[in-house]
Design a protein around this ligand. Structure first.
Ligand code: AMP
Length: 483
């Protein structure tokens, strides 16, 4: 493989400009954001007496009385809860990033301009999408041309449609054989990719089968032997089927490695290698990853041919529309604070993360004691239990889902209003992925992290990695002072 070249739709692609502060999409505004509802191009404001422009959008926070944006490097200030809930934050961007933002706004195109088959265009419209997200805008034309792609994008950016739409397009009206394989790290993600394929391929005759462990082999075997167009699989169970020759990979033309970093984190490298070795070399390979550690780079070098890198936002950057906050709270008051927050009417779909399975069960028990219905989701739950929890959360019958990091990536649920990190994540990357559950492509949400005294150092590490300070919010009666 040759060295990946980085290019996309525009010569002045914004990925070249490191954004120092958060909150404005690195490229075109996402559908439904404040930028989107404006007249199109956003003009930088200027502070009195300053040449440094700044953007303010509806989700952002700005000091109220003649305050200024806090420069990067200054310590976080603590604001009161009321202030946090009412005041937008200030956003400061570099002149280069503003130029990039304007260029991106001008480059905004519609789905109709992406050369998608009319049937796919109809599905996209039926899904209610108005404009492609940046990753879709950049990746779809390249994928339709048959290029190998490295898509650096996290969940919430619209990455699934960025690969499923060109995938389906390629298979339309072709022979009935298994021609595409999507590898995913978790069964939840496999199910979500399957759902996307079904949604976009409606009426085209394209068939998809999800393949993952923890459920009986027979229905999967039947589907594979019958011959579906697209297989979406976790690596371990797929290998079992390949070994039993339930699936013959000889006709595969497209391979997608979705959330490659996550698959490697979960120790799937040997299984991925064994699967890919069996797939024809002359194929199109699309690799999507939220991050690009050396292991993913090595994987790309091994399996992709002259890949083009399409990058959305800064690596490791937190989802752009999310408002973050850290709530300092003594460990023994976390349950009470959670109950206090969950009593708010705007908390209508809340994903709570705990570090351990035991912790998740305990939080659920404590919430139930306070008459708040909640459901736990973690590795000890059976597959049917997990699917039920996910469906309940998705259809709104479960308002509070308490999960360990197992649920961290695979979840694609529209309309999560809040993510609450009951425990501070142990890895900064996990913070980014967890809060990626909210602030989805067309939504905005809040990400709240409870910080006990022994978690302060971890929060600082996260702030260093994401390159921004997270505002502290003090809730009287629950903060350190009242421990
Ligand atoms: P993903 O990053 O693939 O997990 O997608 C995140 C969410 O964004 C999913 O719920 C999609 O249905 C939604 N989505 C994807 N593309 C668009 C778009 N162009 N406009 C609005 N929403 C979208």
């Amino acid at each position: 493989m040759s060295t990946p070249c980085t290019r996309g739709g525009r010569p002045d692609s914004p990925r070249r400009f490191p954004f120092r502060l958060r909150a404005v999409s690195a490229t075109a505004p996402e559908p439904g954001t404040a930028a989107d509802s404006s007249t199109g191009r956003r003009k930088p404001n200027r502070r009195p007496g300053s040449n440094t422009p700044f953007f303010v959008n509806s989700r952002t926070r700005r000091p109220r009385s003649g305050g200024r944006a806090r420069p990067a490097g200054e310590g976080p200030t603590t604001v009161s809860e009321a202030e946090h809930n009412s005041v937008p934050d200030a956003i400061e961007l570099t002149p280069e990033s503003i130029a990039a933002q304007i260029a991106a706004d001008e480059a905004r195109i519609t789905f109709a301009q992406l050369d998608l088959d009319p049937r796919l265009l109809a599905s996209v419209i039926a899904a209610g999408y108005e404009y492609p997200t940046p990753i879709q805008r950049d990746a779809i034309p390249l994928a339709l041309r048959g290029s190998d792609i490295i898509g650096l994008a996290q969940t919430g950016t619209g990455k699934t449609a960025a690969f499923t739409l060109p995938l389906i397009s390629r298979l339309l009206d072709g022979p009935k054989r298994t021609r595409a394989l999507v590898l995913t790290p978790t069964r939840e993600l496999a199910l979500q990719v399957e759902e996307s394929v079904r949604k976009y391929a409606r009426g085209t005759g394209i068939e998809v089968a999800p393949i993952f462990g923890g459920v009986p082999y027979e229905p999967q075997e039947t589907a594979l032997r019958r011959g579906v167009d697209i297989v979406v699989a976790t690596p371990g169970r797929l290998l079992d089927h390949l070994e039993k020759q339930n699936m013959v990979p000889d006709d595969l033309e497209v391979l997608v490695l979705d959330e490659a970093d996550r698959m490697l984190d979960m120790g799937f490298a040997p299984q991925i290698n064994r699967v890919v070795e069996q797939i024809p070399k002359y194929r199109q390979t699309l690799l999507f990853s939220a991050t690009m550690p050396p292991e993913v780079e090595a994987l790309a070098r091994k399996y992709l041919r002259r890949p083009i890198v399409v990058q959305v936002g800064r690596r490791s950057s937190a989802a752009v529309t999310v408002a973050h906050a850290v709530y300092p709270v003594p460990a023994e008051k976390k349950v009470d604070l959670l109950v206090h927050l969950l009593r708010r009417p705007e908390m209508d779909s809340v994903l709570v993360f705990t570090r351990t399975k035991h912790g998740a069960d305990k939080v659920v028990r404590n919430l139930e004691k306070n008459s708040i219905a909640a459901t736990a989701m973690h590795a000890d739950k059976t597959q049917p239990q997990r699917i039920k929890a996910l469906e309940g959360f998705r259809d709104g019958s479960i308002r509070v889902l308490v999960a360990t990091d197992i649920a961290q990536r695979g979840l694609d649920i529209n309309g999560i209003s809040h993510v609450i990190n009951y425990d501070v994540p142990q890895q900064a990357e996990d913070y980014v992925h967890r809060i990626g559950r909210t602030g989805r492509a067309a939504a905005s949400g809040d990400a709240v992290t409870f910080m006990a005294p022994d978690e302060i150092a971890m929060v600082r590490t996260i702030e260093r990695v994401i390159g921004q300070q997270i505002p502290r919010v003090s809730v009287p009666g629950y903060d350190f002072g009242t421990g």
